[in-house]
Ligand binder design. Structure first.
Ligand SMILES: Nc1nc2c(ncn2[C@@H]2O[C@H](COP(=O)(O)OP(=O)(O)O)[C@@H](O)[C@H]2O)c(=O)[nH]1
Ligand SMILES: [Mg+2]
Length: 414
């Protein structure tokens, strides 16, 4: 009798459980859409979606009007960023590019997550990693797992990472010793000089880069503080931009004492490369007599590789390289790229991405204007914004381009 009672109780418990399961399944309200914050937007993968995920192949011509990009919150597609699926629209022939050492792995992992979370998870652009030594398996495994596009790993040819034969080694060594004594940052480093020369003259000609027309440079341990709703590469291409920056500042004069003299020599030898309507006034306060040290901070760059591979740019690099300042001084790739862009691009070919927030130690670009920061879900502190402070050149960029500074900039000047 006791055994029969237990069996009966077990049957009752099972029946209640089965009833509950059936009830929960039948009462489920899932119908192919998710309830989302911001008013609930249909999931593009569910039926009824208006988002067209078909797109032209890279390089195929398209009508931009067929794939409008959401540039402001009132534009269609602004909330697509809430989905994990691919963003609609064409992709450009473009790649991220990073120069790194194997020891940069974890700092690089941080940067990749920043780029992927704010932008590339929906665009899946490729990423090219370059190194003067072979990348190890650990570097390749982790970075490949973090990048949503394809990853490529390249070793830099020796000729692109060494002293040219015309460099006087004794003279170069004396300079390094002197700069060390004067405590100039990276003043005694040989590898830093190779790095600056490589970024100035060679990264865009690495075999892995020859496949692409646009690049976005990313360094280890940088941050992106705001959502990126549209494709900056596409913005560059459709608006005929050749070079873009987010931070600008004055270069340490100790690292480039004769860079402008070398540049003036190049201008004299190649007047045909200097374009009308350029940004000379960003670089010089006296019509080109002297350099005011303003440059775009090149650890962030989006730019045209075809331009860097042009005769115009290569003649400039080769002229500087002959003069030896990468080793007899400590010329950085930032002033080199900036002077080239300032003299050899038209003003309107240089773009400031105000809506891309960025940090590389020690400077932050945080968009001016609270509405913009809220719309872009930024987590930067506006007090840290460097744009309008005394050591930034961004104000000058606005002035020479006749651009109106964003509302509230006066409150961020110190
Ligand atoms: N492969 C390699 N990459 C380097 C070397 N030195 C610097 N880099 C990379 O070059 C970039 C600039 O170097 P970084 O140390 O960040 O210089 P900083 O930003 O001017 O302080 C970063 O992407 C580094 O990972 C080097 O000796 N070898
Ligand atoms: Mg750096």
């Amino acid at each position: 009798m006791a055994a029969g009672g237990t069996r009966y109780l077990r049957f009752i418990l099972f029946a209640v459980f089965a009833f509950l399961v059936v009830y929960l399944i039948t009462q489920s309200t899932y119908n192919g859409t998710y309830d989302l914050p911001n008013g609930g937007v249909p999931n593009p993968s569910s039926s009824g979606s208006k988002i067209n995920l078909n797109r032209p192949a890279v390089g195929e011509s398209y009508n931009p009007a067929d794939y409008p990009m959401p540039m402001t919150p009132s534009d269609e597609g602004w909330n697509d960023i809430l989905f994990n699926g691919p963003a609609p629209g064409p992709r450009m022939n473009a790649t991220f590019v990073t120069l790194a050492r194997n020891s940069d792995l974890w700092d690089m992992a941080n940067s990749i997550r920043e780029v992927e979370d704010r932008f590339n998870r929906r665009y899946n652009y490729d990423w090219v990693f370059l190194n003067d030594k072979p990348f190890d398996a650990a570097f390749k495994k982790l970075t490949t797992s973090l990048v949503s596009g394809k990853t490529y790993y390249g070793e830099i040819p020796k000729e692109h990472w060494s002293f040219p034969e015309w460099i006087d080694q004794d003279k170069a060594a004396k300079v390094r010793q002197d700069m060390k004594e004067r405590k100039i940052i990276y003043g005694d480093s040989v590898s830093y000089r190779h790095m600056c020369r490589f970024e100035s003259g060679f990264f865009f000609r690495h075999p892995l880069m020859l496949n692409y027309e646009y690049y976005w440079r990313v360094e280890p341990n940088v941050k992106f503080y705001c959502d990126i709703h549209y494709d900056p590469f596409r913005y560059m291409v459709e608006n005929k931009k050749k070079y873009a920056f987010v931070l600008s500042l004055y270069e340490y004069i100790e690292t480039i004492p004769t860079l402008w003299e070398s540049t003036k020599k190049f201008i004299k030898n190649h007047p045909e490369h200097i374009v009308e309507g350029n940004s000379l006034d960003f670089l010089s306060d006296d019509g080109g007599e002297t350099y005011n040290r303003c440059h775009f901070w090149s650890n962030f760059e989006v730019g045209s590789l075809s331009w860097l591979r042009s005769r115009q740019y290569l003649d400039y690099f080769e002229s500087l390289d002959q003069d030896g300042g990468f080793f007899y001084e400590r010329w950085g790739d930032a002033p080199v790229h900036s002077i080239a862009a300032g003299l050899m691009l038209k003003k309107e070919e240089i773009h400031f991405f105000n809506d891309i927030s960025y940090w590389h130690v020690p400077f932050t670009h945080c968009p001016t204007g609270e509405k913009l920061r809220l719309d872009l879900k930024c987590n930067c502190n506006p007090k840290d914004n460097f744009d309008w402070k005394g050591y930034s050149c961004t104000s000058r960029y606005y002035d020479i381009n006749g651009m109106e500074k964003p509302e509230g900039y006066e409150n961020q000047q110190d």
